[in-house]
Design a binder for this molecule. Structure first.
Ligand code: IMP
Length: 424
């Protein structure tokens, strides 16, 4: 049975958790494939609102096995805290599976990210400071420690000693901080090992078997296409690849397994952290979008920058991810505007670009070309079918579809499952 990928088409926070909730009945496995606890999924299910950072949102459903695949970086303290919190709320986490190949976020990653972001001053990226970037950097530098290392004390100590020697030199000599003690780290991490052991599995083999047995697998990306390390607005990006292609590399399955790539797109755009954002509206419209959409980061609580729907980036996401369909979220937030703007192209140094310009400097200077659509006053939260929406709202959805060139299959008009309306 083929797998599906759910991917953010903007700068994250598009409402991917909502999509997983919508599809949960048809899924047997939900797999997180990149990022770490920089992500935040707010899930409203069966009357409960839960904020998840690391555990895949499938955990809320008894029949789903939740998998954290190889490409995720894991802070074991945070993972265990999240599991304890979920268990405290009565959510059974025994079906969580964690790849032994996941890289660990270590205390020096957190410490180094703090000091290096401070050192960058006005050039800082505004990261979530969860140690994600430094952990991926060590993975690429081949000095990372992995979940499986927790289960061989000798190896864990040996690898830690080598890497900590260099990290402590940087912390003390470059940044004038106190060194970290290997003994403290070994004590804490080997303590985590015991509690993590029941979840650790060969997740690639598990997923392979599941697919052979006809099970449905949903691969869930974190962040969004425009935060992709390769294809996003570098360097104002995250340190992993949210794009759909990476779902396969991380989960350890082949491309022929995937037949649906669902792009999640908000009816407007938000961004947290620094970096270009062509349709940002720092005026009253942006304020209103932020207030109506309650746009504060799930992980850091930071106020999100807001702006109008940008068809250029969603078209780009359609191309990069091979989107088969769109799931349009938060359409209800657009009620009450006299007119609703949609960016159809950018003007960069006098030239019109219908695609994201290949040179980063042009994106920084891009001016949005807007089309104004008629607004609507009615609140949409009570609608239970697409046909019940005001004509102007339906027109907006149709225009998004035309501009992106991908069908909108579902729109969401509120946080609960009943507020997801199939289109057509
Ligand atoms: P990092 O992922 O903590 O390294 O942060 C790099 C950039 O990605 C920053 O601009 C963050 O604000 C942004 N970012 C990371 N995770 C998320 C997310 O889940 N939603 C939105 N932005 C994110």
């Amino acid at each position: 049975m083929p797998a599906s990928v759910v991917i953010g088409t903007q700068w994250g926070d598009e409402g991917k958790g909502k999509v997983v909730d919508y599809l949960a009945d048809r899924m047997d496995y939900v797999v997180r494939y990149q990022g770490g606890n920089n992500a935040g999924h707010t899930v409203v299910a069966e009357g409960r609102t839960l904020k998840l950072h690391l555990v895949p949102s499938g955990i809320l459903y008894d029949r789903i096995t939740s998998v954290i695949a190889d490409g995720v970086v894991v802070d074991p303290r945070v993972l265990l805290e999240e599991v304890a919190e979920l268990e405290g709320l009565g959510v059974d986490c025994s079906r969580l599976r964690l790849s032994g190949n996941c890289h660990l976020i270590m205390p020096y990653h957190l410490e180094l990210e703090k000091v290096t972001q401070r050192y960058l001053g006005k050039h800082a990226l505004g990261t979530t400071k969860r140690g994600i970037g430094p952990a991926y950097a060590d993975k690429a530098a081949r000095v990372g420690l992995r979940v499986q290392d927790l289960f061989d004390e000798r190896i864990f100590r040996e690898k830690l000693d080598v890497v900590l020697r260099e990290k402590n030199l940087v912390l003390t000599k470059v940044y004038n901080r106190l060194p970290l003690r290997a003994e403290d780290i070994v004590r804490d991490y080997l303590g985590y090992a015991e509690r993590l052991a029941p979840y650790v599995a060969d997740t690639s083999a598990l997923l392979h078997e599941a697919l052979r047995a006809g099970r449905h697998v949903l691969l869930e990306g974190a962040q969004g296409t425009m935060l992709d390390l390769d294809h996003g607005t570098y360097p104002f990006v995250t340190s992993s690849n949210p794009v759909a292609g990476y779902a396969l590399a991380s989960a350890g399955i082949g491309p022929r397994e995937v037949d649906r790539v669902i792009g999640v797109t908000k009816a407007y755009v938000t961004r947290v952290g620094a970096g270009p954002f062509p349709t940002e509206d720092p005026g009253p419209d942006g304020e209103r979008l932020g207030a109506r959409g309650r746009e504060f980061g799930t992980t850091t609580g930071r106020k999100r920058r807001c702006g109008w729907f940008d068809a250029v980036i969603v078209r780009y996401a359609a191309r990069l991810n091979g989107l088969t369909e769109l799931f349009l979220t938060k359409l209800d937030v657009l009620s009450g505007f006299r007119s609703v703007k949609v960016c159809t192209a950018y003007r960069c140094e006098g030239e019109l670009h219908e695609d994201v310009p290949a040179h980063q400097s042009l994106i920084h200077r891009a001016e949005p070309v807007y089309e104004e659509l008629e607004g609507w006053d009615q609140e949409l939260g009570g609608a239970r079918e697409f046909g019940a929406l005001p004509p102007a709202a339906r027109k907006f959805v149709e225009r998004v579809e035309e501009l992106v060139g991908v069908p909108v299959r579902v729109i969401s008009v509120g946080p609960t499952r009943e507020q997801s309306l199939p289109v057509g």
